[in-house]
Design a binder for this molecule. Structure first.
Ligand code: 4GM
Length: 222
């Protein structure tokens, strides 16, 4: 998979060169192309934002640099083009699976008060929000989408962790422990050290149900 990011702040995406995603890129599991929108402006002072028509606070990203960058990077419109914005459809786990099937994703990051509406109308397929809050830019949301999708690409994670995840669908994770068996008087539950895997599975299901009821009762249908 190829993922093209369009942003005014390309350095932010160095975060994706760390850990699992860094290794996955080196192994060629996906290719990240980070594009500086400023390189495409026709303005002689390299301006990419301007005051909003009709007045109001803040700045709006101009359509020309965005349009030129998208047409340069996806001339035949083969990519699924996504704009990250608080107005978008809320991004959920079920959308991750369909995004992971794509050959090419293009993620547009807005800054300031967002982008000229014509950039969305002319060049974007769908508007996604990672949640009901406002950030200074779409860069962190784009990184969230990349991370979620990359986990499902072949060879990025060990299949067992993904199987486990879908198995316990709609329930939150049970508590995990590692050594030492006791820390500041808090002991690891005996069952986890018993070697009885039927009992361990039962305990974990009960814990998952209990934490879901407490923190996310909305996830429990019936
Ligand atoms: C306003 C309009 C995405 C602000 C468009 C982007 C939150 C999200 C921005 C924009 C963002 C989100 C930039 N803040 N909830 N800020 O996914 O692109």
């Amino acid at each position: 998979m190829k993922i093209t990011i369009l942003t005014l702040f390309p350095e932010m995406f160095t975060a994706l060169n760390e850990s699992i995603l860094g290794r996955a890129q080196k192994e060629g599991r996906f290719e990240l192309e980070v594009v500086d929108i400023r390189a495409y402006t026709q303005d002689k002072h390299l301006k990419c934002d301007d005051y909003p028509f009709g007045g109001g606070a803040g700045m709006v990203m101009m359509v020309q640099p965005i349009g030129s960058a998208i047409e340069a990077k996806d001339p035949l419109h083969r990519a699924r083009r996504i704009y990250l914005s608080p107005k978008g459809k809320v991004f959920r786990q079920d959308m991750v699976y369909s995004l992971a099937e794509e050959e090419h994703l293009l993620l547009l990051c807005g800054h300031y008060e967002g982008v000229d509406q014509r950039a969305i109308d002319l060049f974007i397929d769908e508007e996604l929000s990672i949640g009901d809050y406002v950030l200074t830019g779409g860069e962190l949301p784009a990184m969230v989408v990349v991370d979620c999708v990359a986990r499902y690409l072949d060879g990025v994670l060990t299949p067992a962790s993904l199987v486990q995840e879908s198995f316990s669908e709609n329930l939150l994770e049970y508590p995990q422990y590692t050594r030492p068996a006791e820390y500041r008087g808090l002991k690891v539950p005996d069952v986890l050290r018993s070697g009885n895997h039927a009992e361990i599975d039962k305990w974990r299901r009960e814990q998952s149900l209990a934490v879901t009821k407490k923190n996310r009762p909305d996830l429990i249908k019936s």
